[in-house]
Ligand binder design. Structure first.
Ligand code: C2E
Ligand code: MG
Ligand code: MG
Length: 685
């Protein structure tokens, strides 16, 4: 083994260039150094210091190294030279001049050691009098690469000069070397003694003289990695062969080095196994393996990115992947030292935290949220956010049980505005089961017409006559009970069934309108809710137009309600709404006041009616609430929209809204949603 000295600087220990190697180099006017890029430190060999009259340790960030040796005009070259290693190049070289500008040197570096993230840690470098024969460069590079066994092989005379050999090599092959066995023969024995059985044949083929020659014709050097078994341990070995023949097109002499690269290989293999192809961070295998090592209680968090699908759809998959990589980095940074994480799939991550304190968990997850939300501005993408399901991890708990508990908790907050983190409680499980049952019975319910459309009329606050209605769905279960949309719409929105349901309601309302038109010769517009997920179907506008046409209902009798938050966050939804509008369907902006958008941002979109949400209406009677609603109505009217107030329950509210020119009122004050039969009576009357 090489004995390496170390030197301390700024409280840290740095390994010096190998003295043994330097001794050999001196003969060729070659001087070695080591570079520690993460600390910006260079350590020169003693010979180098003696030759150029420089110090042993140089910080590279405080100017040019070593200034005693750098020609004025080459300064930039040096900076560039160190930066190239930092930015990921494994081997760099540069021609420079001595400080007096007279002698030319070639300075080169090769990365010896990297950290788990592939960043260089130790770099070996050398300064070589360039006037030496150029082919020596490769020769020397080979030697500096810390190859433990290095030979100069003369293929014509069978002479093998040993530059460096480990003791066991000496013992085992010393005799053959002395007896001038050919390299081929010695290699054959080596292969037989050490190389893995399944790699023996391949190795034997590669290391025939003919093949070495052929390979060196193509390229002046080549390397080959293989595995050996020594002392019942697997080791990864790299052989490097460099042609140093006078005439490089024929094989006379080669330098051949053997290096044990087990450490590097193991890191590489670990990366292969544990690195995630999409995010470049950790994968689930890593997470799972790490969890097996934990023997204290902790917390498991599953992470989803809210609206990530929209990023993919709107910005394309490759931008989506870039965002995921950043999300992975953010999580990695936040959990560092406090736990570990892995990427599950798509926009799903899983985290283990070493604590069971809910406050600590919350704080950490808030940091993740903040950083993820910052990506929106940074990358100019639709609004995304992170949300989390959290559960307690106990020693011995199976990973998939923990995941499913955390996911169950997360389920409760998916698709709603408000908290973005939920802790698993036992009751959650019952809710999940109920939701699962809903999903399972969806198709059947659709077929059996268990979904009923109810109608809630809208009235003019002036004449108190009915001027419209909204269609609201209910689910009539087999036992006759009615289930309200708040219970099942979010479930179907999450699981992709909502477009089917929305279309079902739309068709039902069209048919109903047609029936009433035919019967009474009149009706009022009945608005239908369209969920965000439905709007992602390109063909929705054509489909709805076709349905209205087939049924024979003018589109202005079936306006569409979309929620405010949808319109604001997404251009695509806005385009779709505009398309509906252009096709003749009036658009009503639902739930205005619950999201973040302002009227001026809505002005970008073509729509007909603004529906002020109950939560705003409830402010009536409160001074600032009064002024907010007054201004909202005034501005909406100014921009040419109709205004409907929702959830109006009191006489005072009606009076206030009428006084401020609100066009229509929907609320329990006038009527609750009602069955079609009851609504028909109202319509007939
Ligand atoms: P929304 O579209 O904002 O509908 C208004 C909701 O407010 C209805 O609840 C209605 O019953 C309720 N409401 C109306 N006036 C009052 C009032 O004075 N006081 C109170 N407390 N509530 C009032 P509902 O029917 O439970 O519907 C809830 C939500 O479900 C709807 O909110 C809508 O977002 C969604 N929804 C209903 N039907 C459909 C549908 O066919 N498709 C889709 N995608 N969503 C639907
Ligand atoms: Mg609505
Ligand atoms: Mg509403």
């Amino acid at each position: 083994m090489l004995v390496l000295k170390s030197v301390s600087f700024n409280g840290r220990e740095y390994t010096e260039p190998s003295a043994e190697t330097q001794k050999g180099f001196g003969v060729f006017d070659i001087y070695s150094f080591r570079y520690y890029p993460q600390d910006n430190v260079v350590i020169l060999s003693d010979e180098c210091c003696a030759k150029f009259g420089c110090k042993k340790v140089y910080p590279t960030n405080l100017g040019v190294f070593p200034k005693e040796l750098v020609y004025d005009g080459d300064k930039e070259k040096y900076t560039n030279f160190f930066n190239r290693i930092k930015s990921g190049e494994d081997n760099v070289s540069e021609n420079v001049r001595s400080v007096d500008g007279k002698t030319s040197y070639r300075i080169s570096m090769g990365v010896l050691e990297k950290d788990n993230n592939g960043r260089p840690v130790v770099v070996s470098g050398m300064i070589q009098n360039h006037d030496e024969h150029i082919r020596m460069l490769e020769h020397v590079q080979l030697l500096t690469g810390d190859y433990e066994n290095v030979f100069l092989v003369d293929f014509e005379t069978n002479d093998i000069e040993v530059f460096r050999a480990q003791e066991h090599i000496d013992k085992q092959y010393g005799e053959m070397l002395q007896q001038k066995h050919s390299f081929e023969k010695i290699m054959a024995k080596y292969i037989k003694d050490y190389v893995f059985d399944e790699e023996k044949i391949e190795m034997a083929v590669i290391f025939t003289r003919k093949n070495i020659e052929r390979k060196l014709m193509e390229n002046n050097l080549f390397t080959h990695d293989f595995r050996i078994l020594r002392n019942e341990k697997t080791e990864h070995i790299r052989i490097k062969v460099v042609n140093v023949s006078d005439n490089p097109s024929s094989l006379k002499r080669a330098v051949i080095g053997f290096a044990n690269v087990s450490k590097e290989k193991n890191v590489e293999l670990m990366h292969l196994a544990y690195d995630d192809a999409i995010t470049g961070g950790r994968n689930f295998t890593f997470f799972n393996e790490s969890l097996k090592q934990v023997n204290n209680e902790g917390t498991i968090v599953t992470v989803d990115i809210k609206s990530f699908k929209i990023v993919n759809e709107v910005c394309g998959m490759s931008k989506g992947d870039v965002i995921l990589r950043h999300v992975s980095d953010i999580i990695e940074k936040q959990v560092e030292g406090k736990g570990f994480y892995g990427h599950l799939n798509a926009d799903h991550f899983i985290v283990f935290l070493d604590t069971t304190k809910e406050d600590e968990v919350k704080e950490l997850l808030e940091n993740i949220t903040e950083n993820v939300e910052a990506l929106v501005v940074l990358f100019d993408i639709p609004k995304i956010s992170a949300y989390f399901g959290v559960t307690r991890w106990r020693v011995g708990m199976r990973t998939n049980v923990a995941i499913s508990e955390a996911n169950t908790a997360k389920h409760n907050i998916k698709g709603i505005n408000g908290p973005n983190l939920a802790f698993y409680r036992h009751e959650d499980l019952e809710k999940t089961i109920e939701e699962k049952q809903m999903e399972d019975s969806f198709e059947e319910a659709l077929k059996r017409h268990q979904f009923e459309v109810w109608y809630q009329p809208k009235f003019s606050p002036v004449g108190h006559d009915m001027i419209g209605a909204e269609a609201l769905i209910r689910w009539r279960k087999k036992d006759g009970t009615l289930v309200y949309p708040n219970r099942f719409i979010p479930v179907f929105e999450r699981d992709g069934m909502i477009p089917q349901l929305d279309e079902y309601v739309f068709r039902a309302v069209c048919e109903q309108q047609k029936e009433w038109l035919d019967k009474f010769g009149k009706t009022v517009p009945i608005s239908i809710n369209v969920s965000r997920a439905s709007l992602f179907f390109d063909k929705i506008v054509d489909r709805y137009r076709q349905i209205a046409e087939d049924v024979g209902v003018p589109s202005e009798l079936v306006p569409l309600e979309i929620t405010e938050s949808m319109a604001e966050t997404n251009d695509m939804i806005r385009d779709m709404a505009n398309k509906f509008n252009d096709t003749g369907f009036p658009i009503h902006i639902d739930d205005f006041g619950t999201g973040y958008s302002s009227l001026s941002s809505l002005n970008m979109m073509k729509f007909d009616t603004l529906k002020i949400d109950k939560s705003l209406v409830d402010y009536i009677g409160n001074v600032s609430g009064d002024s907010l609603i007054k201004h909202t109505i005034a501005l909406a009217k100014e921009l040419g929209f109709h205004v409907t107030a929702e959830g109006v329950e009191t006489k005072e509210q009606v009076a206030f809204l009428r006084d401020h020119a609100c066009d229509s009122i929907q609320g329990f004050y006038y009527a609750k949603p009602m069955h079609a039969d009851n609504f028909m009576e109202l319509l007939a009357g």
